[in-house]
Every structure is written in structure tokens, then in C-alpha cells.
Design a protein around this ligand. Structure first.
Ligand code: SAM
Length: 218
């Protein structure tokens, strides 16, 4: 049997999961804890209500359902490979869906960012690059950097592996990650090389994150 490069690419994955009411599971569960943590980290890095936030690979709006009430109306934007997943999150999880116009939820699996504003202050990609092969992560970072030059803050998560590690890695929370299939890990030097090629200077943050992900700020 050939393995799909990502569970999200399995044909019919989103339709089946949404039909079963599993929009929270699709993004990995730990709903309250992870949404609250994402907003708290953004605030710790300076996010304020007047800022404009882009949530890349936003899923069912685990962060959005906390960020939309916090931000000024219209200041939250999101992309994901599945717009249906974001729309389900908007309808099921937002205290007041009218604060988030549907047009701000953009289907985009190629990091092309169609129809998004020319300026955003904060970008976050949480648990997204962990599902992508390194070439695609490199491309995503390059496209983000080209589309939204500084000043802006980018937070993203990856799974890290020690330099020279060639096989699977058991991460601090027990998740097993791989160099050649999802969930993907990457060495810190490889990450720096791809980010720097994109013109970004990523700095690893000390926070301990769910599932053993590492947080970077660029
Ligand atoms: C682990 S979930 C995290 C979702 C969200 N960031 C959160 O923290 O709740 C990964 C998300 O990445 C999305 N995704 C996977 N591949 C993608 C791609 N190529 N472009 C955009 N989104 C993608 C999936 O649809 C899923 O919603």
C-alpha cells in the first residue's frame, strides 16, 4: 500500500470527517487548551486588538474562535486546504459568527494567498508544517516572506529532530515523527537554511507546546 504524504490529502477526508461532526478532531483535538495557548502566545508576542492576524492552515478555527472576539471586527483572516472546515468552525464554534465575514476564510492549499490583505501584522501557522514535506514548508515560508515583508511577526511550529538523526523520533509528548512522511520533523539547521533562503530569521522560542512541537518566531 502506498502512503499518502498527508492524511489531509486522502480523497474524501474532509467530507467524511465533517459529515461525522468531527471538525475538532480533524485539527488534533485538545481544543480549548490549544486555542487558548495560541492566542496567549500571540499576545505575549505583542498582538493587540487593532492588529490584523492571518491564521495559515486555520482548520476549524481552534484559534479563530478565541481570536475573532478579541480582535477588532474584520481583523482575523484565515486560509486552509479546506474552506468547508473553516466554515464549519465559523458556524459551530464562533460565539458571534457575524464578526467574521465568510469572505475572510480563503481556501488555499498552495500558499498562494489569494484575496488576502496587502498588510497583516501577525501570521501564525500552527501544526501546519508538521504535515508538509520540507520542500513545501520551504516554499510556504518563501511565499509568506515575499507577500508580507517586515514589519510583521510570524509564529510557526515544527517538530524538530537532532542533527544527523535519520530515522523516526519520539517527541516529548510521545508523538513519533519522521524525516520522510507525516508527521514530519526537520533539523534546526535545515529549518534555518530554508527560512534564511526565504529572507527570514527564525528564532526558536522556549515554550513547551502540545505534542512536543517547537515554536519559532520570524
Ligand atoms: C493540525 S491542523 C491545525 C489547524 C489549526 N492551525 C489549529 O491549530 O487548530 C493542520 C491544518 O492544516 C491544514 N492543511 C494541511 N495541508 C495544508 C496546505 N497545503 N495548505 C493549507 N492548509 C493545509 C489542514 O486542513 C488542517 O486544518
Amino acid at each position: 500500500m502506498t502512503r499518502s504524504p498527508s492524511p489531509y490529502l486522502v480523497p474524501g477526508f474532509y467530507d467524511r470527517a465533517l459529515a461525522q461532526g468531527r471538525h475538532r478532531d480533524i485539527v488534533g483535538g485538545r481544543w480549548e487548551e490549544t486555542g487558548r495557548l495560541q492566542l496567549a502566545l500571540l499576545q505575549a508576542h505583542g498582538l493587540q486588538p487593532h492588529h490584523r492576524l492571518l491564521d495559515i492552515g486555520a482548520g476549524a478555527l481552534r484559534l479563530g474562535c478565541k481570536a475573532v472576539p478579541y480582535l477588532a471586527p474584520g481583523h482575523y483572516h484565515a486560509t486552509d486546504a479546506s474552506r468547508a472546515l473553516m466554515l464549519r468552525g465559523r458556524e459551530a464554534e464562533l460565539p458571534d459568527p457575524d464578526r467574521l465575514p465568510e469572505g475572510q476564510l480563503v481556501e488555499d492549499a498552495a500558499f498562494a494567498f489569494p484575496g488576502l490583505p496587502a498588510h497583516v501584522d501577525y501570521l501564525i501557522a500552527w501544526g501546519v508544517f508538521t504535515h508538509l514535506p520540507p520542500e513545501q514548508t520551504a516554499q510556504a515560508l518563501a511565499r509568506i516572506a515575499a507577500r508580507w515583508p517586515a514589519p510583521r511577526v510570524i509564529l510557526f511550529t515544527v517538530f524538530l529532530a537532532a542533527e544527523g538523526q535519520t530515522g523516526p523520533v519520539r517527541q516529548p509528548d510521545g508523538v513519533v515523527t519522521h524525516p520522510d512522511r507525516p508527521p514530519w520533523h526537520i533539523t534546526e539547521s535545515a529549518l534555518h537554511a530554508m527560512a534564511e533562503a526565504a529572507g527570514l530569521a527564525p528564532i526558536r522560542q522556549p515554550d513547551r507546546l502540545p505534542r512536543g512541537q517547537a515554536l519559532f518566531r520570524a
